[in-house]
Design a protein. Structure first.
Length: 235
């Protein structure tokens, strides 16, 4: 059975609460008791980012800086748990590919994976449903495929009072489905997806499920989405 996966929409909860305050319980159950290698490449200042997340998570999680390892790829290949932070998804994919960390994580399916924002995008088959600007060419859009569907973190509902004339998030996902037939889960702020074994559930906040040629479905906290996962094969 592949390692469990926790995919957070965001690290900073609404209302000015402490980082990860909305998800402390699920993070503790998902990562506690393991050496957790933090992957900071979505932001430019790796040391500052690691220190910020380390303080936010507290002493209950053994967080370690992957970027300080002499061979990050070799460490990632042996990791029992990895936490991939947010920032710019294109920079993240570019750097993990360049450093060999992408292939290392692919070769370690039992590694317990946590992603936030850009780190959540990296867990999908591709990064096509990120909200980020392509500030660097990542050498391809294929990602880890730790889940078989796409996620749109920081999902925003259309605001009928807005004067913005560009595409809404919903319209952009519909554009994605004009040429792709992969479900997309739009995670609102404070929401997460937690896969344990062959079970997948929504936690923290509501979300929306988008499928090609179907109307979006509203998802409440606790919704069982296990049907989105591949069925276990019998031996």
């Amino acid at each position: 059975m592949p390692g469990d996966v926790l995919l957070l929409s965001n690290s900073r909860p609404p209302g000015g609460a402490e980082p990860f305050a909305h998800a402390r319980e699920v993070l503790a159950s998902h990562l506690g008791g393991r050496a957790v290698w933090f992957v900071p490449y979505a932001l430019a200042d790796h040391d500052h980012y690691f220190a910020w997340v380390r303080r936010a998570l507290g002493d209950g999680i053994d967080l370690r800086p992957l970027h300080r390892e002499p061979d990050p790829a070799a460490t990632a290949a042996r990791a029992e748990a990895a936490f991939v932070g947010g920032g710019n998804t294109f920079r993240l994919l570019h750097d993990v590919r360049r450093l060999g960390v992408l292939d290392a994580l692919r070769s370690a399916p039992d590694c317990r994976y946590t992603g936030s924002s850009a780190g959540t995008n990296l867990a999908c088959p591709t990064i096509m449903t990120t909200n980020d600007m392509p500030i660097v060419d990542p050498g391809g859009l294929d990602a880890l495929a730790r889940v078989p569907f796409q996620v749109n973190p920081h999902y925003l509902d259309p605001d009928p009072a807005s004067t913005h004339q560009g595409e809404t998030r919903e319209e952009r996902i519909r554009e994605f489905h004009e040429v792709n037939d992969v479900p997309v889960v739009g995670l609102r702020e404070g929401a997460w997806l937690h896969r344990t074994g062959d079970h997948l559930a929504l936690g923290g906040n509501t979300a929306r499920l988008f499928r090609r040629e179907q109307e979006p479905a509203e998802l409440v906290v606790g919704t069982d989405l296990s049907w989105l996962l591949p069925r276990p094969t019998s031996s």
